[in-house]
Design a protein around this ligand. Sequence first.
Ligand code: 13P
Ligand code: SF4
Length: 327
Amino acid sequence: MLDMVEKPAALRFTPEVAKATDALYARLSKQYKRDYWETLAPYIYEINSLKRQKNAVILAHNYMTPDIFFGVGDIVGDSLKLAQEAMKTEADIIVQCGVHFMAETAKILNPSKKVLMPDMKAGCSLAESITGEDVRNLKKQYPGIPVISYVNTSAEVKAESDVCCTSSNALKIVEALGREGHDTVIMTPDKFLSQNVAAQTKVKIIIWDGTCVVHERFTGQDVRDIRARHGADVVVLAHPECPPEVIAEADFAGSTAQMNDYIVKHQPKKAVLLTECSMSDNVAVDNPAVEMIGTCQLCPYMKMISLPKILACLRDEKPEVLIDADV
Ligand code: 13P
Ligand code: SF4
């Protein structure tokens, strides 16, 4: 959504902007009415020009709205892919279109590059549920037990932890520690992700009590209601930050990238993604044969990122994400 950032006079839908963005509009025409698109396209054009001038790259998480995801994102995907690709980039500037912990991850992996964030207030309820001191206290309480922290944590929490995981690889990491002889591990901060991993492994997991404000809202009853309304044709996919009762009733659980891959591969007639709303919008663009059913929740943090804020951040090269050298 366009926010209230004042629109500079130069940002007009000129024939040049139309020429550069019409092919993109052809892909996104189901998502945006033409007159609204004409207010977005000048920003897309301007941001892409600035990226070339400044040798900048935009990392866009799967929860970005389609104008950002398809219009200006150079590297798109789940937290794991954004982190992996951030390590490979040759760009001088990285603009993180996602939330603050993702920008910190990009900075940790690229200490010499300038990492920018369109809105520093774009946080995450999981990252805010635990501090570095909390991890130090856990280690005192459970000496010798490794702490795995989900990528949805601050750099300070990661620094105090032994291993960092994402929703794509959480189970693999717990099992790897199990093979190294750890019969118990500590997992922070997502209670539901930890419970969902615990259901698939013999390794005992000590669980921190954080939740995602988006995924905690889905219930087993939601899944039953969807099936009652849409019948046997509907495939229900859920993010592992959802409560275990949701995962138990869903057809598939996985990270945002794994859900996308499932849809691309299986092309179900109808699908519901129990996750953030923009994910379904983005998946729908490239999978027109799949009817995406719109039961979703908005992440208030992800939705703080908008085209005007991205343009301002790239133009002014601020705010910059910096991490204390000790951390
Ligand atoms: P993914 O790693 O699955 O992209 O999840 C990130 C996130 O914030 C989910 O809420
Ligand atoms: Fe954090 Fe949940 Fe938003 Fe992801 S969807 S950024 S976990 S609050």
